[in-house]
Design a protein around this ligand. Structure first.
Ligand code: ADP
Ligand code: MG
Length: 323
């Protein structure tokens, strides 16, 4: 309980994309190499996430839906050493409370699985079923029992936009996982899962964008930088196409974006932004991911050093290109 209090409170389930995020993060934590996401009507009608991960042990299927029963954190100190994506143990209970959930999961190769159905937090069914190793999670009629919340949902296109953003971030953070996103049967995203970040960039932004990218590679005592930045000619009107992944987690940090923009300073027309997918690796003690767990913000313990190193690395890459 004490540990839960250390984490900024906030509702897990704000809209369909929050469900997608939590379910896909669980699939990633389960070691999946394939994650298929099918949504209908912007996720408001249904969200289905199918993975080939380790599955849930039959004894743990019900407990997974109890609040904090499964939190992966055991000591307060661990907050600064988080490596798995899930650490609050409240996603499944929160989702199941406001929707109709069906879960089919197996942790074995023998074709035996468990099926559980929960509606509005109430257990309807828990039975043996046939299924292969992995987890197949369906969330239907999100917010059906909380009409006040449902009223706040925007158009199908808006909700789908948020879902696509979540999937883009997951795919960029995990080029080694094959992702698909389908909406009403149409494929919106498909990555190969062969570890090639440039292929992921092509899948999201198109092949011509991917061809305009320069490879970042730099290392200091504390930091390693990888990923891609676009040629100055290939700019966008929107800074949302500047992405940073730290230790495999998509984050937002204003200072990092500013550092990159400074490197482009003389090369970019006014109000234009480069396409960036930057990967940063550092010791977990140098980054605090818990400024706000739901909002992707992070804080660095040596931020000026990091920003200077990022600016310098990008600047050097661009200069080499111009010469
Ligand atoms: P957290 O991820 O913070 O532990 P969740 O509520 O998201 O909490 O999930 C509860 C637990 O259910 C997880 O810790 C995990 O053991 C199990 N679980 C959920 N989804 C999956 C999945 N797709 N594959 C394997 N296990 C899962
Ligand atoms: Mg989780």
């Amino acid at each position: 309980e004490h540990i839960a209090n250390q984490i900024a409170a906030g509702e897990v389930v704000e809209r369909p994309s929050s469900v997608v995020k939590e379910l896909v993060e669980n699939a990633i934590d389960a070691g999946s190499t394939r994650v298929d996401v099918h949504v209908e009507e912007g996720g408001l009608m249904s969200i289905r996430v199918v993975d080939n991960g380790e599955g849930i042990h039959p004894d743990d299927v019900e407990t997974a839906f109890y609040r904090h029963a499964t939190s992966k954190i055991t000591h307060g100190r661990d907050l600064f050493q988080i490596t798995s994506l899930g650490f609050r143990g409240e996603a499944l209970p929160s989702i199941a409370a406001v929707s109709k959930v069906e879960l089919l999961t197996s942790d074995a190769e023998d074709g035996q699985a468990r099926r559980i159905v929960i509606e509005g937090g109430r257990l309807q069914t828990h039975e043996d079923a046939a299924g292969r190793r992995g987890t197949d999670f369906t969330v239907k009629e999100l917010f059906y029992n909380t009409p006040a919340r449902l009223k706040y949902m925007k158009t199908i296109q808006t909700e789908l936009g948020h879902i696509s953003d979540v999937m883009y971030r997951m795919a960029m953070s995990h080029p080694e996982i094959a992702f698909t996103l389908r909406h009403n049967g149409n494929t919106l995203l498909q990555t190969m899962g062969n570890g090639d970040l440039l292929q992921v960039i092509a899948a999201i932004y198109g092949t011509s964008a991917a061809k305009s990218m320069l490879q970042l590679e730099a290392e200091s005592l504390d930091y390693r930088i990888g990923g891609f930045v676009s040629l100055p000619e290939w700019t966008r009107s929107n800074r949302n196409a500047m992405s940073t992944i730290i230790n495999g987690r998509f984050v937002r940090n204003y200072g990092l974006n500013q550092a990159i923009l400074k490197a482009y300073h003389t090369l970019l027309p006014i109000n234009r932004y480069p396409l960036v997918v930057m990967q940063l690796e550092m010791h977990p003690s140098l980054v605090d991911v818990n400024v706000h767990p739901a909002k992707l913000e992070v804080r660095f313990s040596k931020e000026q050093e990091l920003y200077a190193f990022v600016e310098e690395s990008v600047k050097e890459l661009l200069q080499r290109q111009v010469l």
